[in-house]
Design a protein around this ligand. Sequence first.
Ligand code: GLN
Length: 303
Amino acid sequence: MFQPILQNIYDDINRLNLQGKQADYIPELAKVPSHKFAINLTDISGQNYGVGAVDEKFSLQSIAKVFAFTLAYRLKADTVFEHVGVEPSGDPFNSLIQLEQENGFPRNPLINAGALAICDVLIGELPNPEQDLFDFIRKIAQDEQITYNPKVYHSEKATGYRNRALANLMKSFGRIHNEVEAVLDLYFKLCSVEMSVHTLSQTFLLYANHGRLFPTDEQILTSSQTKRLNAIMQTCGFYDEAGEFSFRVGLPGKSGVGGGIAALHPEKYAVAVWSPLLNPKGNSVKGIKALELLTTKLGWSIF
Ligand code: GLN
């Protein structure tokens, strides 16, 4: 059932001639060929269906914030919410204004400020933060090859002025407990993680499966934690476009400025889509359209 629908979506996307623009504030991302498109769906029994460049790796960017938060939530349980909130920001992902007004407390873990606070938590909790975070990502992706792209990491580190501003602002409010540069470094490496849509949708299956890894059933998050994280993705996963994504697609998910989107339908499937052309809010134009077509053609959403 899924394969013909994905093929149909691929044909529709090609026909629609949708326009967008690669992220260029991270210079390395602007070099990714604009025509790339791939979609992969992993159903709850672990079966994969895909169309396009399903095995080509791309930069996860903000999608990786979900994995950092998963690890922090696992380590700290509900005390993680002393560091980040659970409210949508309604602002761009790298906005400073709200953070200043709210005394350096990030609205949620999926905006840049929140992910920086989570990187700070991980540095405080883990003996070898970088190694341990990447080992965790490799574990839930069940792929030993997963790592970050050094060119994207250096590109972002060299130009990450706003993230430096966010981290320093939080530090000034006493919200960052480690060295600002160490927090930024882990954050830039996290954002530079690469995966294919195939691996990404398999990894997101965990959030559709009550926090359990497929096929071992190892519990990564509790069922309740998974429900809560899905609620955060639903309300905060697309920044100031979270309402529009809920309205058009009706699934919890997370986007990144590399052009990826991962989403899931609890107990049914996880899906990942990639096209580097972004809309002005930093979300993949073809990615959102493809997922809108998916939930429309399937006739299922969580609503
Ligand atoms: N690494 C990017 C940044 O910090 C992530 C932004 C995104 O994917 N929305 O700006």
